[in-house]
Design a protein around this ligand. Structure first.
Ligand code: HSE
Length: 313
């Protein structure tokens, strides 16, 4: 499997590390070869630890590289989804599948991307876009045949980390700086704080679960940017915890701060952990695990590569 990695920041580098580590023990990864890496600086051919631009990159270079899979670890552009969207479409035309940890293209153009992939008979793996390596998209893949009624979750690691640390006595700013240092926050952390990142993720899950094509622009969301430290302390004193909750039912998606009681499974999800409850007509399944961090996001992409090899995506 010839892999082109698009974006070589923390996630891209961790993906390379994971491929190298896991290739020895996972049969599906034995023939996975990184054939090129592309960043804003250009294209680097082959599999190298550090990035060295061999040439400027343009989409015609894809024909020369002939990837089987393009893995997009670049950061989100919520204006247009570019340059990722054009890269995906060219990759699809050339018969390559896409694995992405970049939320923007799918939060803006989910239906169009899926349709084009289908037309060309290729696949799109996007576990790394929601809850990083903790199965959310891929949890839905292993719940076949049931009708999803509701999705409810904590989908942003940065805000959950801040809410936890503030409840332990840290100031909002201290907690935010810790979340940045740990690599949880977006390049622009405003997107975490104002609920936008969680909204992008619940839109992706909503569209996948219900076969719809909502965009981030259709979502009502609010965040924690105006949260007062006292508010958190008061809630804790009453046995409640503030959590940024993302919710979806067919055709309706929202993100807002809620005060949860001990009866709610999401109450127990702290620090960088995320969680997702999927309610169907048969069961409610709740999953929790780390929701951010470069290695976690990279694992989301690695899992997709393995599942593609197994024919499960
Ligand atoms: N900034 C995101 C978060 C990264 O904190 O959840 C993972 O998508």
């Amino acid at each position: 499997m010839r892999v082109l990695i698009f974006g070589f920041g923390k996630v891209g580098k961790e993906l390379r590390n994971l491929i190298h580590e896991k290739r020895k023990e996972v049969p599906e990864l034995k023939d996975v070869e990184i054939v090129a890496t592309v960043t804003r600086k250009g294209i680097s051919y082959g599999d190298r630890e550090g990035f060295v631009a061999d040439e400027p990159f343009d989409l015609d270079k894809l024909e020369k590289v002939k990837p089987d899979v393009v893995v997009d670890t670049s950061s989100a552009n919520y204006e247009t989804g570019e340059p990722s969207v054009s890269l995906y479409y060219r990759a699809f035309e050339l018969g390559a599948s896409v694995v992405t940890t970049n939320k923007a293209p799918l939060a803006l153009k989910f239906g169009e991307i899926m349709e084009r992939a289908k037309k060309h008979g290729v696949k799109v793996g996007f576990q790394g876009t929601v809850m990083s390596g903790t199965p959310s998209v891929n949890l839905l893949r292993v719940l076949p045949g049931v009708r999803v009624r509701k999705l409810r979750g904590i989908l942003n690691g940065t805000t959950n980390y801040i809410l936890t640390r503030v409840s332990e006595g840290a100031t909002f700013l201290e907690a935010l700086n810790e979340a940045k240092a740990k690599g949880y926050a977006e390049e622009d952390p405003t997107l975490d704080l104002n609920g936008f990142d969680a909204a992008a993720k619940i839109v992706i899950l909503h569209n996948f679960a219900f076969g719809k094509n909502m965009t981030i622009r259709d979502v009502k969301f609010s965040g924690i940017q105006n949260l007062k430290e006292d508010e958190v302390k008061n809630a804790m004193a009453k046995g409640m915890k503030p959590k940024l909750v993302a919710y979806a039912e067919e055709g309706r998606v929202e993100v807002s701060l809620k005060y949860l009681t001990r009866e709610d499974p999401l109450y127990y999800v702290d620090e960088v952990e995320n969680a997702l409850s999927v309610e169907t007509e048969v069961q409610t399944v709740t999953i929790r695990g780390p929701g951010a961090g470069p290695r976690q996001a990279a694992y989301g992409a690695l899992a997709d590569l393995i599942l593609m090899k197994r024919g499960l995506i």
